[in-house]
Write a protein that binds this ligand. Sequence first.
Ligand SMILES: Cc1ncc(COP(=O)(O)O)c(C=O)c1O
Length: 397
Amino acid sequence: MIIFDEVINRRQTGSTKWDGHSLMGVPSEAIPLWVADMDFSIIPQVTAAINGRIAHEIYGYSLPSDSYYKSIQGWMQRRHHWVTEKEWIITIPGVVPAINIAIHAFTNPGDAILIQPPVYPPFANSVLGNGRKLIKNPLIPQDGGYTIDLQDFEAKIKDNDVKLFILCSPHNPVGRVWTPEELKSMADICLKHNVLIVADEIHHDLTFPGVRHYPLPSLGSAYCENTIVCTAPSKSFNLAGLQTSNVFVANPKLREQFFTLARCWGVGKVNAIGLVACEAAYTYGDKWMDEAMAYISANADYVRGFLAENLPNIKMAKSQGLYLLWIDCNALGLSPQELESFLLNNASLWLNQGYTFGDEGNGFVRLNIACPRSLLVKAMGQLKAAIDGSFGSKTKL
Ligand SMILES: Cc1ncc(COP(=O)(O)O)c(C=O)c1O
């Protein structure tokens, strides 16, 4: 049985989150609650599958097996009510590489690509880094959460002749799990204006109890034909270090274009260990996933309660999923750089800074709550003490 409260020492394991302090110039004692991986151990069946593969002692180029594809299709059907075909699935070492392949396969230099900030920073970086034009349809804060400005969405598409839309569903960092109506409204506008959709659904399993994620292609065949869906077991099952992702391309013409480029760049192959880990996770992981999300949801309740009681001016965005909380610290009256320094040096907390998600994130932070509750309790205590002026001393508010 996995005990989510168990504190596992991840230092000196080569962990980006726990061992990256000196490399990134962060004080060594700062609690790392930033990059999106979990501090929980994974189910024994995944470890057993990995150990079984390792015992063979030959790790040459590897192909996905039939059972690999079946495990993915089974997971999509059981968990997301989405019936897929094996031929649609293309294995790739990561979702960010998949987004970059899509940008190259389906747009030309200078073409306009739309994103919805605040959003996962590699979206903007991939657009700009590949010499495409970045068009923004910012999400709108509403009732303590976020919503989509559909009028602006369509106007930006028309005015800029947008070719590609990178959708984040569910949305990192604001934690929105989009409703079918929201998804269809965006997808219909894209169909009307010939805009292809890359749907980054990497967080699809991370919904709070009772909340359902809808894969965009599952909402209708026209959407299915117009969407490249990026998924992975990496966020759901804490396998990010194994670099194994699955992209679904139902449209044969788009699939051929995508696959040709992936092969040309040499990124069509995946990790031998990742293949067996992914298959085991999707085969045996249902119960763990439910338990993990119940624990994470309770962690979110804890942080919300703590802030409401102790730091009522610091607001957490209403969300329906993800193990990442989007927190508004604007009431502290600090610039983005001052906020970063205050959190690192006074509160000894290493969080993702909102400004990295676009200007819309200024004054916000993203807090990773996929950790034992005791670590969050410590982190919240340090935050309050720093704001009260009794912890750390370098910057006074
Ligand atoms: C929305 C989103 N897409 C992609 C990734 C990373 O994908 P990969 O590591 O497979 O490139 C993340 C990681 O946090 C993410 O939040």
